[in-house]
Design a protein around this ligand. Structure first.
Ligand code: ADE
Length: 269
């Protein structure tokens, strides 16, 4: 903790916190109990809620179905300039986030959470994020996300707090913020009540281990291209069969890894 009062986080959603002169640790009402909670430790708290403030996730945030607490890493920095990083031990390019700085932010996040939350560091080194991770996060009390910048975070802080490293894919982003928003979007939409009945999560890509079949809407003829006859037939059985076949063909062609996994789970069912 620093001795300044500017560590007060920005909260979003139904219960918006006003900046307070009280040290943050003393603010008892900061996070609502029994509400799915996303804590995000970041050097760019203004980038939240970002796209999560729009559409379904934005409405759910306003309606109090989840809450977002962006915790600014900068005030935990060292010295007059609040330095958060330093050069890598052993030499090399770039800068590494300091364990004392990141550790202090994690401690504060843990104090503020009403219940223990899984702690995830977004990193290209992490295990790949999947729909099943999104499902299990959505079923829990929430998540604390650590967004890195620069060359990464001192390994000791990751070991000390048992941080899980999660990657969005095999490419490198400038920082964890975009990855954090993607992870939160995928998770929050699965919290009960966030998706309307009309937007079922059951039939979409990845929910059943296959890619989703193609979709069409009006007009029936566009640029000389027609909607497949079966979809206009009104025959629900045939439509379901066609969709299943298309799902399987797409998965086989585009994602042989998923197709093999789907075949494996069929034989063990
Ligand atoms: N931060 C930088 N690159 C990332 C990636 N691919 N996934 C998650 N977090 C990241």
């Amino acid at each position: 903790m620093t001795d300044t009062d500017n560590t007060a986080p920005k909260s979003h959603g139904r219960k918006t916190l006003r900046p307070s002169l009280k040290p943050r640790a003393l603010m008892e009402d900061a996070q609502l109990a029994n509400t799915w909670t996303a804590q995000v430790i970041t050097l760019f708290p203004d980038s939240f809620p970002g796209v999560l403030g729009q559409s379904l996730t934005g409405k759910a945030l306003k309606d109090g179905l989840w809450q977002l607490d962006a915790i600014d890493l900068r005030p935990f920095g060292i010295g007059k300039h609040r330095n958060v990083d330093d050069t890598p031990a052993g030499g090399g390019a770039g800068m590494v986030l300091r364990p004392d700085v990141v550790g202090a932010a994690i401690e504060l996040a843990q104090q503020r959470a009403q219940v223990p939350l899984p702690l995830i560091y977004l990193s290209p080194r992490g295990k790949p994020f999947t729909q099943s991770m999104a499902k299990s996060l959505a079923a829990g009390p929430g998540v604390t996300l650590l967004c890195g910048r620069f060359e990464g975070v001192d390994e000791r802080v990751l070991e000390h707090y048992g941080v899980t490293e999660v990657s969005l894919g095999d490419y490198v982003l400038t920082g964890g913020e975009i990855a954090a928003q993607a992870l939160l979007d995928a998770s929050v939409r699965l919290i009960p009540g966030v998706l309307g009945n009309a937007d079922s999560a059951e039939e979409e890509s990845h929910s059943n281990g296959l890619l989703e079949h193609p979709q069409y809407t009006k007009p029936a003829d566009w640029q000389g291209r027609h909607i497949p006859d079966v979809l206009m037939s009104g025959h629900h059985g045939q439509i379901a069969k066609w969709r299943q076949e298309m799902s399987e063909a797409l998965t086989k062609a585009r994602r042989p890894d998923m197709w093999q996994a789907a075949l494996g789970s069929k034989t063990t069912d």
